[in-house]
Design a protein around this ligand. Structure first.
Ligand SMILES: Cc1cc2nc3c(=O)[nH]c(=O)nc-3n(C[C@H](O)[C@H](O)[C@H](O)COP(=O)(O)OP(=O)(O)OC[C@H]3O[C@@H](n4cnc5c(N)ncnc54)[C@H](O)[C@@H]3O)c2cc1C
Length: 409
């Protein structure tokens, strides 16, 4: 099986254009709006959405969507390269309209939505006229196990009536609709078939945003929602009854990998900064770059970033080639999330007090990176699944080979 990650000249040209766009447009714009206290809200929005207009004019819009939806029509391998350029700046993915959670919701609507749902909800997302959220996690039960979801939806004629409690719903305060996961089946054949997805218009009576959760990276838009007698038209069911879990899993595959692509970009920024600092900081008779202890940190980070890139490219390759990708995405998600935290931490170490300050982006990057290890599948949940697949590969074939990427080696 030939695996070739080289880009065609056309895709290489796109990658370079994304890189230039991030350097020439997004970074300068970002510098103007990075301190919300220094800038009026109206000016902030003008600059932010002005960058979006420029991205659209440059044809750098919706890299993950098909051309007929106004996107760039890239496969997952090409997308990995574009996302890894875009996410080198904080606002890059938003400017190109490929940010979470809208990106995952677009995939979901494209795959599961009816024609009417696509026109009403997907179209404005793609045009950059709307934002959306995905409402699954609940404070009372473990988010790692969606079979425990307590929010219910009960049919009442042509409507469903939902009641429940959600939290950490990213983007909810800016969204014009949510994809809500609620329990509709009392005694399903299997526990995974209890939940159903619905599209909820925001605002709606019964969808009550009670607070923004203050997190270790601030209060940047993760809401707690109390759902009380929320009436949802039957036509807003997304996918079939009892397919909420399947839909969530389908959504999470490419969405997890898209997170990995953005995390690789962040890790590369941290490693670049680590090397730059080590070349410019003098202590105890030599530059930091000449000290073995620092070289180990650089070497470990380099090797781990290389592993991360290969894992993500290979998982993307499997998606593009319609091969089963669950295991590879799971391994990539776990590895890249942990690699990101380690590389940022080492970069902070090499920067000393400067790394701990807010004078560099490292402190903010560290705060954002921490959630990567438990959201979209906690480390341990991925490890359980990876181990299970490895054990069954051995049981079925007398070898673990199929579980380690099924590569020709
Ligand atoms: C910044 C951020 C944004 C988020 N955005 C959204 C969003 O938009 N929409 C949404 O619905 N949710 C969102 N979430 C929630 C996220 O999906 C959940 O945090 C995640 O699913 C884990 O659920 P939990 O927090 O309830 O942890 P729990 O499920 O309670 O797990 C806690 C810990 O238990 C351990 N654990 C769990 N299961 C196992 C196991 N089988 N074996 C061993 N150990 C285990 C793991 O260490 C895990 O970290 C977001 C969270 C954060 C932090």
């Amino acid at each position: 099986m030939a695996i070739d990650f080289t880009l065609s000249p056309e895709l290489e040209e796109i990658r370079m254009r994304v890189r230039e766009f991030i350097t020439d447009v997004v970074r300068p714009g970002e510098a103007q709006i990075s301190d919300p206290e220094e800038i009026e809200r109206a000016e902030y929005l003008t600059i932010l959405f002005g960058m979006r207009d420029q991205a659209r004019e440059a044809g750098l819009w919706l890299p993950h969507m098909p051309v007929e939806w106004g996107g760039m029509g890239l496969g997952h391998v090409a997308l990995a390269m574009v996302q890894a350029e875009a996410a080198k700046s904080y606002y890059g993915p938003f400017v190109m309209n490929c940010q979470a959670p809208d990106e995952g919701n677009m995939h979901t609507l494209l795959h599961w939505g009816t024609d009417e749902q696509k026109e009403k909800y997907l179209r404005p997302l793609c045009e950059g006229m709307a934002m959306s959220c995905f409402a699954m996690t609940e404070p009372e039960v473990a988010g790692s196990d969606p079979t425990l979801i307590r929010t219910t939806a009960v049919q009442d004629g042509e409507e469903w009536v939902a009641n429940g409690h959600k939290w950490f719903i990213s983007n909810a305060r800016r969204s014009s609709f949510a994809i809500l996961i609620a329990r509709t089946e009392d005694n399903p054949d299997m526990p995974q078939a209890a939940n159903t997805a619905f599209i909820v218009d925001i605002p709606s009576e019964g969808w009550n945003r009670v607070r923004e959760i203050e997190t270790m990276h601030g209060g940047t838009g993760h809401s707690e929602i109390v759902i009380e007698d929320l009436r949802i038209p039957a036509a807003n069911m997304l996918g079939g009854r009892g397919q909420g879990h399947m839909l969530g899993q389908y959504r999470l595959g490419p969405a997890r990998l898209a997170h990995c692509m953005r995390w690789i970009a962040q890790a590369e920024v941290a490693l670049d900064m680590m090397v730059d600092r080590s070349l410019n900081r003098f202590a105890h008779g030599s530059m930091l770059a000449e000290k073995q202890g620092i070289q180990w940190m650089i070497a470990d980070s380099t090797m781990e970033l290389y592993q991360a890139k290969l894992m993500v490219l290979h998982a993307a390759y499997r998606i593009d080639n319609k091969l089963d990708f669950k295991s590879e995405v799971s391994m990539a998600k776990h590895f890249v999330a942990n690699m990101l935290n380690r590389v940022i931490d080492r970069s902070i170490q090499v920067h000393g007090a400067l790394g701990y300050s807010k004078d560099t982006p490292l402190a903010t990057m560290a705060q954002h990176a921490r959630w990567a290890r438990f959201a979209d599948g906690a480390d341990e949940v991925h490890q359980v699944r990876i181990a299970r697949r490895t054990i069954s590969a051995y049981r079925d074939h007398g070898s673990t080979r199929a579980a380690t990427g099924d590569l020709p080696i």
